[in-house]
Design a protein around this ligand. Structure first.
Ligand code: GRF
Length: 204
């Protein structure tokens, strides 16, 4: 059996993407395991999901630090303590800094609920509805120093249906999120992702 990838997941909320990753590890789809879950919010439900799975669940309150860099230094220290090799942002509502990126170069992934480069930033689903887009979706990408600008790993599209609200569209997009995030991590865990500038290719 090959080496198991050690995954650290950062969350702020419900953690449904975290759950899809935990499930994919549990059933052996991902050659790896989640070794720690860190939330900047004490009441994030994702912390309960981690505890239920027997995984260390930490609350690191960003308000206890002097700034973004200082907070990221604390994150890096915790992630290193657990031997994390891949950092997975799953609904982590913080802008991360170069401190985290330098510690884990091309080893930080994020999921965004839009087909990037369309609708970066907050409330992506609402942006898509307000714009009148007919196709929406989600993107897993490596994180770089920009806002939702890093190299794209996998995208999935969903139709926008007449009468969609932010909630109905978000639910349809999340179904796809729960499919493509574990898939992107699986590819990474198998060493199948090659990054050339902006372009990510999958080795056969
Ligand atoms: C997802 O919609 C994801 O695309 C965005 O934040 C949300 C997190 O949801 N980055 P959950 O906490 O994984 O349920």
């Amino acid at each position: 059996m090959g080496k198991e990838l050690k995954i650290g997941v950062l969350i702020s909320g419900s953690g449904s993407n975290l759950q899809s990753i935990l499930d994919a590890c549990a059933c052996g789809k991902i050659a790896g395991r989640v070794v720690c879950v860190i939330s900047n919010k004490a009441d994030a439900f994702g912390l309960e999901r981690a505890k239920k799975a027997g995984i260390p669940a930490l609350h690191l309150d960003h308000r206890a630090y002097s700034g973004r860099e200082a907070y990221d230094e604390a994150l890096v220290a915790s992630l290193r303590e657990f031997g994390v090799e891949l950092v997975v942002l799953a609904g982590f509502m913080r802008i991360i800094t170069q401190v985290l990126l330098d510690a884990f170069p091309m080893r930080v992934m994020n999921i965004h609920p839009a087909l990037l480069p369309a609708f970066p930033g907050l409330h992506a689903q609402r942006q898509a509805l307000d714009y009148g887009a007919k196709v929406a979706g989600c993107t897993v990408h490596f994180v770089d120093c920009g806002c939702d600008t890093g190299p794209i790993i996998i995208q999935a599209a969903v139709s926008v249906i007449e009468g969609d609200t932010e909630d109905t569209l978000s639910a349809r997009i999340q179904k796809e999120e729960h499919r493509i995030y574990p898939e992107a991590i699986r590819l990474f865990s198998e060493g199948a992702l090659k990054v050339d500038g902006r372009v990510v290719t999958v080795r056969a």
